[in-house]
Design a protein. Structure first.
Length: 223
């Protein structure tokens, strides 16, 4: 085959790869019309209790928590409650986005990546996360996190407040996380130990808005 043939095959291969990437991004982020703002990831979500000693916590990653006022009320009616406010709500699609957002937020928080966190979080939660990241930087600390995987994720509550839909999800994940001080000494976590972490996050969106994106508005630990 001549040089032109190889170039043609290269173009086809690159086109196929680009098409695959585009389809994956479309599946995760959804579609955008001319009436919508720039599309963000459909979710924003993770974070332990500040009044406890870090050694007493089960969670490896210490994230700022903004507790939701809504009580967790499991029941078959929760999805129906959401659909009453938003008939287009798809529980499977929502959970797929929530899982992706959970991993994204956990890893971005550990890396101090505010640009990734900003569109996924409400203004108040972002301020909490940003403050913890800034404090970590001032102390010269670094956090290294490996997201092993999710053991489970389930909707445990749903509330509709006017046009605002709030969905609470319980995540059980496995993480490897270690925090080091400015001298490189380990001060929290274990570099070779997988820890089980449980987080309860609340996501919200405005059912009356053309913007379909959900953002993380509250985080809490299980009782």
């Amino acid at each position: 085959m001549g040089e032109g043939g190889f170039q043609f095959l290269d173009i086809l291969l690159l086109g196929a790869i680009a098409g695959f990437i585009a389809l994956r991004l479309r599946a995760v982020l959804g579609q955008r019309t001319g009436h919508q703002q720039r599309r963000r990831p459909p979710f924003g979500g993770p974070e332990p209790d500040a009044d406890k000693n870090p050694d007493e916590r089960d969670n490896v990653i210490t994230l700022p928590r903004r507790d939701s006022e809504a009580a967790v009320q499991p029941g078959d009616e929760k999805v129906a409650r959401i659909r009453a406010a938003d008939p287009s709500f798809d529980a499977a699609e929502f959970m797929g986005g929530a899982k992706a957002a959970y991993e994204m937020i956990v890893t971005a928080f550990a890396a101090g990546d505010k640009d990734t966190l900003r569109p996924l979080l409400s203004r108040e939660v972002f301020a909490d996360f940003s403050g913890v990241i800034d404090d970590r930087i001032k102390r010269g600390e670094t956090m290294e996190t490996t997201f092993v995987g999710l053991r489970s994720a389930e909707i445990v509550d749903a509330q509709v407040n006017g046009r605002i839909i709030e969905v609470t999800v319980k995540f059980e994940s496995e993480l490897i996380s270690v925090t080091k001080d400015a001298q490189g000494h380990v001060i929290a976590g274990h570099a070779n130990t997988v820890e089980q972490v449980t987080d309860i996050w609340t996501f919200a969106r405005d059912a009356g808005s053309r913007d379909p994106n959900w953002t993380l508005i509250a985080t809490s630990a299980p009782n």
